[in-house]
Design a protein around this ligand. Structure first.
Ligand code: NAD
Length: 246
């Protein structure tokens, strides 16, 4: 599945799934711009790629802010060339009882988890249109498919990501750009460990009786980015060990 010569942006690539996705794309020959609020972590991921013989740049960028995205995109293009793969992965995954949810929290999550992917596509899709080739892969969540208590705001953002994916897929279908979503189920990352979810207790309740590994998500993203996935668009590729069957 070589993607030699292509350049990608992976948002939220300082750790967790974003880091695994960046490393996997680099293994498949992609030059990777790793963006994250945590610039030091993004640079660390980029250095891991460079140490393995790949090409990468790590940048600090808040993916809810158009100005920071534009600056990161310009720096990425200067270092790696035009971008043809975008993985919208950056998100917060907080928990709150509905009665405790306030408008400010709702708006902040919408800005990062849903408006962020919109802003990144806005910035990068002209590169793809100019090349007549592009791959947009949006990381959603099984929470939007199956629901999760105490995550009404989060599930709403990720449900939005699923709808956004399908609408964009139709709009760009004749222009060489595929748009797909990967909703992870329950994957052991720093983010999950910091959440109230008890990984040890929850894992045995999933059909596969284990949490997923970041590499499981990265493999699905790499497939959707590849030429092999040329005729797949608007698809939701669930990677969840059976948590939700679509
Ligand atoms: N881990 C799971 O079980 C799971 C399940 C379903 C969906 N997901 C989704 O997968 C993605 C990655 O999850 P993870 O578990 O690796 O999370 P994580 O918390 O470990 O990592 C998220 C990264 O995103 C970055 N980030 C947060 N806000 C940002 C912003 N405004 N701009 C730029 N970067 C920002 C963080 O700094 C962090 O490096 C998210 O979209 C999450 O919703 C994860």
């Amino acid at each position: 599945m070589s993607l030699e010569g292509k350049a990608a942006v992976v948002t939220g690539g300082a750790r967790g799934l974003g880091r695994a996705i960046a490393l996997r794309l680099a293994k498949d020959g992609v030059a990777v711009a790793v963006w994250d609020l945590n610039g030091a972590g993004a640079q660390e991921t980029a250095q891991m790629i460079i140490d393995q013989g790949g090409k990468a740049i790590g940048l600090a960028a808040d993916s809810s802010l158009a100005t920071e995205i534009a600056a990161a995109a310009n720096e990425s293009r200067a270092a790696l060339g035009p971008i043809s793969i975008l993985v919208n992965n950056a998100a917060l995954s907080p928990f709150a009882k509905f009665e405790d949810l306030d408008e400010e929290t709702w708006d902040r999550l919408m800005a990062i988890n849903l408006k962020g992917p919109f802003l990144c596509v806005k910035e990068i899709v002209p590169d793809m249109l100019a090349q007549g080739w592009g791959r947009i892969i949006n990381i959603a969540s099984s929470s939007a498919q199956a629901g999760t208590p105490n995550q009404a705001h989060y599930a709403a953002t990720k449900g939005g990501v699923l709808g956004f994916t399908k609408a964009l897929a139709m709009e760009f279908a004749t222009r060489g750009i595929t748009v797909n979503a990967v909703p992870p189920g329950f994957v052991n990352t720093e983010g999950l460990q910091e959440s109230p979810v008890d990984v040890e207790a929850y894992a045995p309740m999933t059909p596969m009786r284990r949490a997923g590994r970041p590499e499981n998500i990265a493999a699905a993203v790499a497939f959707l980015a590849s030429e092999d996935a040329d005729y797949i668009t608007g698809h939701t590729l669930s990677v969840n060990g059976g948590r939700y069957l679509n």
